[in-house]
Design a protein around this ligand. Structure first.
Ligand code: EPZ
Length: 420
């Protein structure tokens, strides 16, 4: 297995090009199941989760051709409708094929994703909404067996909780349903917005895009032609590098980024003392001589994103004073805390609230990644830790960060990928 060896750095400098968003790419790849043509997708990030979903579609009979800049996916030969455990267990977002396959074929089996490190992560809201649309769903031997013998029918769905992939799944199911579906309490994340925009631009009329109430006019099982499109930039990757710049008091420019997707993140960094120069598709963060303590509560978009919680917690270890970070979306998303404590951070946990007493002196040591964003938090801390930090189990990191060590090397970080 690979690990990252990271040494303390005085500061970073230069440009980092932001890749396509993993969490936009996954529903957009699933969306090709609704198409009657070979779909070209630009700017898919080169990360493990994308490869996993492309492999799943290939296993179902689709023809996927992964290029450096453009990937084509032709699902006209898709014949299988069972997403098996061996793939789904490695990537829970495989659940995103359930809605489109069920809408197109009238039957689908998907292994229950099961929990993951950060929480139990049920899919009950996805299933309840599909049942409201006419699906008959049984769970047997760890699999979701869904059939819709009379096709899916549009209806009014109200999500008890805001669910990102739940919203994406139902939008895709509704796209081929008969009649109109409204989704109330829909997720407004930019990744969901892009899915709706692409569908709307290719024959599925969707009203309320970007709001909490979506109205989808189904095509009644008529497949759609989808023109080539490019995936939006990854706002979480961008936020991660901004935290790396803030903690090392560096001047760094992010290119191919959408600052409009980072409102809450930029606002919190400004609160902590960072200053920015922002253009339409670049963000330059300037060195700050102080890192102020902060209070953060994670919530759904456009509020502060849970996917940036671990990275800000690492940054908060270097802030003057006490920071309070509350995680409201997942029940177990503080596994980076124990590893940061081993590096010398002064953090106490009380339920879903972390109290971070800064500024702590961090020392390099061997640490273990536990989940995708926790891994990036350890890398951020390692940049300012004395000595050498070895971050193990970085297969977690490779799921969602495209060439992280190369991007950091290019701006002056002393970071190497080595073999155990
Ligand atoms: C998406 O996960 C993202 N993944 C996650 O990013 C992100 O952390 C999360 O949204 C929240 O923003 C992808 O987009 C592939 P949810 P998702 O359904 O859709 C509960 C990363 O680091 N819930 O919005 O699975 C759930 O338990 C990953 O890139 C139900 O109770 O998250 C959680 O508490 C990690 N029942 C809350 O809702 C359901 O049926 C939000 O979950 C569905 C969700």
């Amino acid at each position: 297995m690979d690990y990252l060896q990271i040494k303390r750095v005085n500061s970073l400098h230069g440009n980092i090009k932001i890749s396509g968003a993993k969490n936009a790419s996954l529903p957009l790849i699933a969306m090709t199941i609704l198409a009657n043509n070979s779909v070209s997708i630009k700017n898919l990030p080169h990360v493990a989760d994308i490869n996993t979903l492309l492999k799943l579609l290939s296993n179902l009979g689709a023809k996927c051709n992964r290029g450096e800049d453009i990937t084509t996916i032709d699902t006209s030969s898709l014949s299988e409708t069972k997403a098996t455990y061996d793939i789904v267990r490695t990537m829970r977002a495989s659940i995103l094929v359930l809605g489109p396959i069920l809408a197109r074929f009238g039957h689908c089996e998907v292994s229950l994703p099961g929990g993951c490190a950060i929480g139990q992560r049920p899919v009950d809201l996805h299933l309840k909404a599909l049942e409201q649309m006419g699906a008959i769903i049984n769970i047997e031997a760890g699999y979701i067996h869904a059939i819709a013998p009379n096709g899916l029918k549009g209806c009014n769905i109200i999500f008890d909780k805001i669910t990102v992939t739940g919203t994406a799944n139902i939008v895709m199911a509704a796209a081929l349903a008969e009649g109109v579906t409204t989704i109330t309490n829909a997720a407004r994340e930019p990744e969901v917005v892009q899915l709706c925009e692409i569908l709307n631009a290719n024959g599925v009329k969707i009203d309320g895009i970007g709001t909490a109430i979506l109205t989808i006019h189904g095509t009644d099982k008529k497949l759609i032609h989808i023109d080539e499109f490019s995936v939006i930039p990854d706002r979480i990757e961008a936020g991660t590098y901004l935290c790396a710049a803030a903690i090392t008091r560096s001047e760094l420019t992010l290119t191919d980024v959408n600052p409009g997707h980072l409102g809450a993140v930029l606002s919190k960094l400004q609160e902590m003392g960072s200053k920015f120069t922002i253009t339409e598709n670049t963000i330059t963060i300037h060195p700050s001589d102080v890192i102020k303590h902060v209070k953060i509560v994670t919530q759904e978009y456009p509020a502060f994103p849970t996917d940036m919680q671990a990275q800000f917690l690492a940054l908060a270890t270097q802030a003057d004073g006490t920071s309070i970070i509350e995680e409201r979306l997942f029940e177990n998303r503080f596994m980076h805390v124990s590893e940061l404590q081993r590096m010398g951070a002064d953090i106490s946990l009380n339920g879903n609230v972390a109290t971070v007493n800064g500024k702590s002196k961090l020392s390099g040591t061997d640490v273990m990644a536990t989940d995708l964003r926790a891994s990036s938090a350890l890398v951020i801390a390692a940049l300012v830790a004395d000595g050498i930090t070895n971050v193990h189990r970085i297969y977690h990191l490779d799921r969602g960060y495209d060439s992280l060590e190369k991007k950091l090397q290019n701006v002056g970080a002393d970071i190497k990928r080595l073999k155990e």
